[in-house]
Write a protein that binds this ligand. Structure first.
Ligand code: FUL
Length: 501
């Protein structure tokens, strides 16, 4: 072999090694792999940096605001008179103050809903705020909301509905261009965009045809213009949890099969992470178990977002002023969304004034107060344990962890000097290494016998479990099954003074 050829081969080998060793948010599986090889691969799929940042937010909010706010509808037909859009006391800083007080870290505005009415003066349509009396047609809701979010230190995202019941182009190829143009306006005129939210609704256009959405083109545009933004729901980065109840799955794997991926699609990727929507069953009760992995051709990090409205509707309706969810209901949603390895996206619809209603603002405050009353003190910190550097588990930092290499029975003892009363267990994995825990139990000691008081399957970024109130001096957590070395970042025992039944 010539010297150049040898060097060339060595270089290729180095590139190959760095690609296989580098942790990625997807992996291909080979048909002849054993179950244990497949599970190890699954355990080593990690979030892309934009997915990790998004997961750490925990709480995000939607603002559904637009022409529907003024017509008192949930879905507009695109024929509304833009003159109807006229908030009397628009104040995006009030929205942010209420969101921030609730601990929300990022907000998403419905820049365009299915009615096609644009909350910014898009130069590609007349159906926008520019045709409204609000601020004499000189206003720009996207601009004001983006600025208020930035000033409050919150992330900012946009909802741009692919379904557009106003555009005469809808149902033709030209609509894809129209949509790309609007997306470009949003991605270039308002500073940093952290999330782009695409809904799947797809009705018929004026020609009776359904639009074939050119999602891949839009993804490429977002990656180019705002590479840090996650693309949610009809997108590659964030999966819809599958309900609008605020409750995620009991077992929630962030690593799921993506069976249309093959060598060719992976080779075509220009980046080390995905830019197309993973396909497969994303709606069932079991998405990522061992059984699912056994049949999979590829796996991808595709975490769940749990969206729910604080009111029955997505848009504001005065008749729902007394139907705002209570702080107790929101606490239950928190446990079943954030506490089930998801990110909560709670909808807060501003009213006709352009403000969040007083009832919603009060509930948001009460919800935060309730969470604080539980999570202000991690009782586990008071425990003695035989684990070296155990303080890492209580430092509130999800990036530091204690590795446990025993996959089938890791025991974490918590011995207290005097009895503690608790009814909430919290655990977090350092997902920078992947998601690995498959089963765990919490036990307490009474009369020389260990009693199981809580159990669960997946942990992932965060798991919260409520259990009957227990008073004891000795507890232990046993991780009974895991896919690989466990990287436990946080663990906690808490007391909820007002437990829900
Ligand atoms: C749905 C839409 O049809 C609703 O109006 C709302 O925007 C919700 C978040 O997504 O699919």
């Amino acid at each position: 072999m010539r010297k150049e050829t040898i060097i060339w081969h060595v270089l290729l080998l180095l590139v190959w090694c760095s690609r296989t060793a580098a942790q990625q948010n997807f992996v291909l599986l080979e048909a002849n792999e054993t179950e244990s090889e497949r599970i190890t691969k699954a355990a080593r799929v990690v979030p892309a940096p934009r997915q990790l940042r998004w997961q750490q937010l925990e709480l995000t909010a939607f603002f559904h605001f637009g022409i529907n706010t003024f017509t008192n509808r949930e879905w507009g037909d695109g024929k509304e008179n833009p003159a109807l859009f006229n908030p009397t006391a628009f104040d995006a800083t009030q929205w942010m103050a209420a969101a921030k007080a609730a601990g929300i870290k990022q907000v998403i505005l419905t820049a365009k809903h299915h009615d096609g009415f644009c909350l910014w003066p898009s130069k590609y349509t007349k159906h926008s705020v520019a045709a409204s009396p609000w601020q004499n047609g000189k206003g720009d809701v996207v601009k004001e909301v983006a600025k208020a979010a930035k000033d409050a230190g919150l992330g900012f995202g946009v909802y741009l509905s692919p379904w557009d019941r106003n555009s005469p182009l809808y149902g033709t190829e030209a609509y894809n261009e129209y949509f790309a143009n609007q997306l470009t306006e949003l991605l270039t005129q308002y500073g940093r965009i952290d999330e782009v939210w695409f809904d799947g609704a797809n009705g018929e256009g004026p020609n009776g045809k359904k639009q074939v959405y050119d999602f891949n083109r839009w993804y490429a545009l977002i990656r180019k213009l705002q590479p840090q933004a996650v693309i949610a729901i009809m997108g590659p980065d964030v999966r819809w949890v599958g309900t609008e109840t605020g409750h995620g799955r009991e077992t929630e794997w962030s690593v799921v099969p993506a069976n249309h991926m093959d060598e060719a699609t992976v080779a075509a990727l220009s980046q080390q992470d995905l830019a197309f929507k993973p396909m497969g069953d994303m709606m069932g009760t079991d998405l990522g178990s061992r059984a699912k992995i056994a049949d999979a051709r590829a796996l991808v990090w595709y975490p769940a977002e749990t969206d729910v409205s604080i009111r029955p509707g997505w848009f504001y309706h005065a008749e729902e002023d007394d139907k705002v969810k209570t702080a107790v209901q929101l606490l239950d949603i928190y446990f079943n969304s954030v506490g089930r390895n998801g990110v909560l996206l709670i909808n807060l619809p501003p009213d006709k004034r352009g403000r969040l209603h007083e009832n919603d603002v009060a509930i948001l405050k009460a919800w935060k107060k309730t969470r604080d009353s539980i999570f202000h003190q991690n009782l586990a910190k008071l425990a003695g344990t035989n684990i070296p550097s155990a303080n890492i588990l209580f430092d509130g930092n999800d990036a530091t962890d204690i590795p446990f290499s025993e996959k089938d029975s890791t025991i974490i003892p918590l011995d207290f000097a005097s009895p503690v009363t608790c009814n909430v267990l919290a655990m977090q994995e350092n997902i920078r290494h992947g998601q690995r825990i498959e089963a765990f139990v919490l036990q307490y000691e009474h009369n020389n016998t260990w009693h199981t008081v809580a159990s669960g399957s997946t942990v992932g970024y965060k798991r919260l479990v409520s259990f009957k109130t227990v008073r004891a001096t000795q507890f232990r957590i046993i991780i009974t099954q895991a896919r690989d070395t466990i990287h436990l970042a946080e663990m906690g025992l808490y007391f909820n003074p007002m437990p829900t039944p």
